[in-house]
Design a protein around this ligand. Structure first.
Ligand code: ATP
Ligand code: MG
Length: 445
């Protein structure tokens, strides 16, 4: 993309309404625009990051064997009357009446709808296990929308639903989700710690929340820092292997890690003092096993291998896709701006032309652009007439992990400069070597 033809409305001033750094930086970098309290347009740069996060979520869900689909944002109230949640959900539910006087709602989640789909089409244990998921906009009329996309009213969420014949099988589905979530966050350059959670209004008896540590997080968290060093790395996981998934879950859930809602001082005191940490965290996902809470009242029943009709065991599993954009920035920025992890960056690198209009510099930038594109990379080429200082400031603000700087002085020596946004370190190398280096860095991402 050439910046002169792009739409990147960066702001010079720091917007006064934004209280936390991710919100400020998203506004300044021209990623979002607020349209009403807690409701945002995703401008082109923000939209690119949202899409990259969404792609990682899809990829890891499908790797785990989960099946994508799409349910609507509007739902009939009658479905929620069946589960009893139409009245229970309260003021957070946006209720709508259509021209025929029928009650609808903008879905805050989809347990009822997926249970309806299941009961209409599945009748036998032979069709289980089954995990269906979608990524769709949700609406919750939060009393205090704030922190930009981190606590919106309209937000983008992945929600997956598991159907199994009994509790053992459902616990495997739960474990599979935990492992796939750990991989998902790791690919985004995040460490998200699973913490034991209350099951809340969704109900049930097994739940973990995934928290990214950040000072601005809304939850208070307590953990054994032995968990902070765990990574899956390149580990291959066989998602059909119950023992293997259970072992990974065991590894990640054995060290103490809880939010203020489930924190237990007495148990925490057993962790050696040097390893006891308390800080704040951002919830970026949650998994639940809730048994037959919806299948029983809604009649989602299957026949088992003895021919008996039994309610199906269910779980639901969410990832805050739009919240993650803010959470990643909270975890990865400096005083100059955002620092995107390579896994989610909106463009793979920037190209800064120090002397636009100089035929040598222009030709070298065009050649770099073509060579990077040919290698499957997407550069953002700053071909505007801005001063070099302003171009660097924009690059730092929008946070592309790599920048190639091209100017007549370097070209006279046959080199360009490759700079890491994270370390600030630069290296002079030939344009061909710079392309090669970036292709290596992004291989497999
Ligand atoms: P919270 O406790 O932050 O209100 P929740 O526990 O009610 O969230 P879930 O029902 O678990 O949310 O939804 C799954 C995920 O969706 C959450 O882990 C979070 O990342 C995201 N999410 C929930 N509410 C919002 C919101 N208002 N804005 C943006 N993302 C949200
Ligand atoms: Mg939650």
């Amino acid at each position: 993309m050439r910046l002169s033809r792009y739409f990147l409305p960066v702001l010079k001033e720091t917007p006064a309404e934004a209280q936390i750094v991710s919100h400020r930086l998203m506004l300044r970098a021209g990623m979002i625009r607020q349209q009403a309290a807690g409701i945002y347009s995703w401008l082109p740069l923000g939209y690119r990051v949202l899409r990259r996060i969404e792609e990682i979520v899809h990829d890891e869900q499908q790797r785990a064997g989960h099946i994508p689909m799409l349910m609507p944002t509007l739902q009939p109230a009658d479905l929620w009357r069946e589960s009893g949640r139409y009245d229970d959900y309260g003021e957070e539910m946006l209720r709508i009446t259509d021209r025929h006087g029928r009650d609808l709602l903008y879905g805050p989640t989809n347990e009822e709808m997926i249970t309806d789909i299941f009961r209409a089409h599945v009748a036998s244990y032979k069709d289980l296990p089954l995990t269906l998921y979608h990524i769709q906009w949700k609406f919750r009329d939060e009393i205090r929308p704030r922190f930009g996309v981190m606590r919106g009213r309209e937000f983008y969420m992945k929600d997956g639903y598991t159907f199994d014949i009994d509790k053992d099988a459902a616990v495997h589905a739960y474990n599979r989700h935990m492992v796939s979530y750990l991989r998902t966050y790791e690919r985004m350059g995040l460490q998200a710690i699973p913490m034991r959670a209350d099951t809340g209004p969704i109900g049930g008896d097994l739940s973990h929340e995934f928290l990214v540590l950040a000072d601005t997080g809304e939850s208070e968290v307590f953990y054994d820092n032995a968990i902070a060093g765990l990574t899956l790395g390149g580990r291959q996981v066989n998602y059909d292997d119950r023992d293997e998934c259970a072992a990974i879950v065991h590894e990640w859930t054995t060290p103490y890690a809880r939010t203020d809602e489930t924190h237990d001082e007495a148990v925490f005191a057993e962790v050696p003092e040097a390893r006891r940490e308390s800080s704040r965290g951002i919830e970026v996902g949650q998994i639940f096993y809730f048994g037959t809470k919806y299948s029983e009242p809604m009649g989602a029943v299957v026949s088992n291998d003895r021919g008996e009709r039994v309610p199906v065991h269910m779980g639901s599993h969410g990832i805050g896709v739009s919240r993650l954009v803010g959470a990643i920035i909270e975890a990865s920025h400096d005083e100059k701006g955002i620092i995107w992890p390579e896994g989610v960056t909106p463009f793979h690198c920037g190209i800064v032309n120090l002397k636009q209009g100089d035929s040598g510099a222009d030709t070298a930038c065009e050649a770099l652009y073509a060579a990077l594109t040919a290698r499957g990379l997407e550069p953002l080429y700053d071909d505007t007439d801005e001063r070099a200082g302003a171009k660097f400031a924009t690059q730092d603000l929008i946070g592309l992990p790599w920048r190639i700087t091209v100017g007549p002085r370097g070209l006279a020596k046959g080199v360009v400069e490759l700079t890491s946004r994270r370390s600030g370190e630069s290296e002079e190398l030939s344009p061909e070597a710079a392309v090669e280096r970036l292709a290596e860095i992004y291989a497999g991402r």
